[in-house]
Design a protein around this ligand. Sequence first.
Ligand code: ZN
Length: 173
Amino acid sequence: MSTEVKHCVKSSMPDIFKEIKDWNDDMRSWSNLMYCDMYNYFVRSTAVDGETMKNFKSLQSYNYFQSGNVDKILHFNATDNKIFMKASVRSSQTVSRLNDAYVMCTGEGAVEQAWCTCMAGLGLSCSHVGALLWKIEYAVRNSMTGVSCTDETAKWNRGTTRTLNQSHLSVFS
Ligand SMILES: [Zn+2]
């Protein structure tokens, strides 16, 4: 929670995220988000926020994910095929500052809304939301979600330690 006052318009947490009190830890119920869904989200947001695509392309978000900075992802399945997902994302290895990133997706993976605690005054996306999306995308692509979720993949969600990352990520580095 940042106490500093940013000099542009504040973007407070959308009510739809505020209303969720019941977050769950179960990878079997994650949204089926794929790379094209991430891409579509960033392109669409760019129309109103020029910085967005830059965030996506900078690879900082991917680096956050790869470095294990994305904490355990929790989700909430709403009734209308909407899946809310959130995780804390550490800004860097040295600074212990956490931001909470939130996304709302359809079950099929389309990202409909995103928000992050760092966004007070910023645009519609940030590298923390990007990192959260990368983690979901990675899990989906590697069949770690849905029925194939095992104890091991659940462990992966709890803490993407450096060691686990090395073995998991070596496939596509
Ligand atoms: Zn952020």
